[in-house]
Design a protein around this ligand. Structure first.
Ligand SMILES: [Fe+2]
Length: 244
């Protein structure tokens, strides 16, 4: 089975549609969304409607999704502005969709979550040694899939004291290790933050035991203009052009 793992769409319809088109060329059997469907961007309802049509889609809750649902979440002023904007415009249908998303999904040897597997609703970033060690220590899953940082990463645990971290590029292929445990961050569809404005996702091939990383172009200018026209903070549009 080939599973497209993706996250952090952030109401960016142009990026989401390009992701769907790109992943359709990769023989994907099912879709696993790791949260933050909404927040920042101008098309929350349209993104939810598009996601509902994905074949065999499973969805995990992100911190921005939770904030829109009324869960207390710490965030920047601009992010909070976008949450308030989104909440006023969210349809009942979209609201119910977000409300049904899981904190964590366990599937065979793998766990799928938005931020971290040990306390999904504290929204820790798994980006430095302490949170990486904690993720391995507090989860029994062999493979962990996460999002939240908006930066694609592949982490392999060599032993208790040592992890190997790599930053995958477009078409990087990382073998699933026979015995070592691993964390894969799929990056962000709609607001990348690694200096590359292209959207990011990965495909987990459970037959070949491979994880393939992909980047795709989309109409960054159009997504930015929509943010500005909607009256959302302009910086949220500008950052789409730089990927930072
Ligand atoms: Fe996010």
């Amino acid at each position: 089975m080939r599973v497209a793992v993706f996250a952090d769409i952030h109401s960016n319809l142009e990026a989401l549609q390009s992701f769907i088109d790109h992943s359709a060329t990769q023989s994907v059997d099912r879709y696993m969304c790791l949260g933050d469907v909404v927040g920042y961007g101008a098309n929350p309802n349209q993104c939810v409607a598009r996601l509902r049509l994905l074949p065999h889609g499973l969805f995990v809750l992100g911190n921005h999704d939770a904030a829109v649902l009324g869960v207390p979440v710490n965030m920047t002023q601009e992010a909070r502005q976008a949450i308030n904007w989104t909440r006023k415009r969210l349809s009942d249908e979209s609201f119910y969709f977000l409300r049904e998303m899981s904190d964590i999904i366990r599937w065979d040897d793998a766990v799928f979550c938005h931020s971290n597997p040990y306390k999904p609703r504290n929204w820790d970033y798994v980006s430095e040694k302490a949170s990486i060690s904690r993720s391995f220590a507090r989860s029994k899953a062999k493979i962990l899939f996460i999002g939240h940082t908006h930066v694609p990463v592949a982490i392999t645990r060599k032993n208790f004291f040592c992890v190997y971290i790599r930053s995958p590029r477009h078409q990087s292929v990382v073998p699933v290790a026979a015995s070592n445990r691993q964390i894969f961050n799929c990056g962000s569809v709609g607001q990348p933050r690694d200096g590359d404005p292209r959207g990011a996702y990965l495909v987990y091939d459970t037959n070949k035991w491979l994880v393939e990383f992909y980047r795709f172009e989309y109409d960054y200018g159009k997504a930015k203009e929509k943010i500005v026209t909607a009256g959302l903070p302009e910086s949220l549009g500008r950052r789409l052009l730089s990927g930072l």
